[in-house]
Design a protein around this ligand. Structure first.
Ligand code: HEC
Length: 185
């Protein structure tokens, strides 16, 4: 019995010890260059998928979502805050988007594989160690739903659709001076 317990304990402690040695030896996979280790990729990706699915439960879009006014406001905000990482249709990838790992999904794909509540949660909370910022501290729920409304509208869209919406938003002054300090609202 004693041996059995000892075996289980060392089985659990050995991976922990190896991880600590790797970390203190300065050999952890910190670089954002591919390829990243498969087990790490798997763990982070699975944790992400499960967490986003659970956290989005019970979140409801506001009435009228996605309304044309929401889509337009979201277009201006997206162009200012998100387009450098989530490449819009027809645009070349930026130096920022090319250097991130995991790679940020393209704009037109952001809502192809996520529900609106899931996207809303990610926009508010960000994704640790991925480059995806949390916009919750600086934006109201209504503003985050506007971004989601825009993303749902441009899912699978072409360059002309994206540029037209952004031009309309800019003409209407939406997203103008879109820099929020903490507690701006
Ligand atoms: C500095 C780069 C960067 C900026 C700026 C950025 N994102 Fe992201 N975003 C990322 C990365 C990287 C991921 C992928 C995270 C992952 O897969 O773990 C991501 C993921 C997402 C996701 C989830 C996609 C999915 O399939 O799970 C959504 C939605 C999203 N971003 C929306 C936005 C919006 C809206 C903005 C602007 C308000 C924005 N992002 C700004 C880098 C960025």
């Amino acid at each position: 019995m004693g041996r059995y317990v000892l075996g289980v304990l060392s089985g659990l402690l050995l991976p922990l010890a190896v991880a600590l040695v790797v970390i203190f030896a300065g050999r952890a996979p910190v670089s954002a260059l591919r390829p990243s280790p498969v087990p790490l990729d798997w763990a982070l990706h699975t944790a992400y998928e499960r967490t986003v699915a659970r956290q989005a439960q019970g979140l409801e879009p506001p009435p009228g979502f996605p309304a044309p006014a929401q889509i337009q406001a979201g277009a201006g905000a997206f162009e200012q805050m998100c387009a450098a990482c989530h490449t819009p249709p027809g645009r070349p990838p930026t130096v920022v988007s090319q250097g991130l790992d995991p790679p940020p999904p393209e704009a037109a794909r952001l809502l192809q594989y996520r529900t609106a509540p899931q996207a809303f949660w990610v926009i508010g909370h960000g994704v640790r160690m991925s480059g995806m910022p949390a916009f919750g501290p600086t934006h109201t729920d209504a503003e985050r739903w506007e971004l989601v409304a825009f993303l749902s509208h441009i899912a699978g869209a072409d360059a002309a659709t994206y540029e037209r919406l952004v031009a309309q938003a800019q003409a209407a002054g939406a997203g103008h001076g879109h820099e929020h300090g903490p507690h701006a609202h």
